[in-house]
Write a protein that binds this ligand. Sequence first.
Ligand code: ZN
Length: 72
Amino acid sequence: MPIYEYHCPKCDQDFETLVFNSSEKIECPSCGSPKVTRLMSGFAHKSDGKMVTSGGGDACASCASGNCSTCH
Ligand SMILES: [Zn+2]
């Protein structure tokens, strides 16, 4: 399952969260603010022991998020 990194501008804190549904509302765990920004650049997570990095050539063409965790 995909793990996304978010930044909360309200309390200036970064956090990671599991996202089961892409339309799921994400709230800051510290202050509860729903206005958080998903960090895309440099995002990477481990999947089945191999490293999957966004922006690389490994993701399938239909996967907008840069990894195939959500499209297969
Ligand atoms: Zn916050």
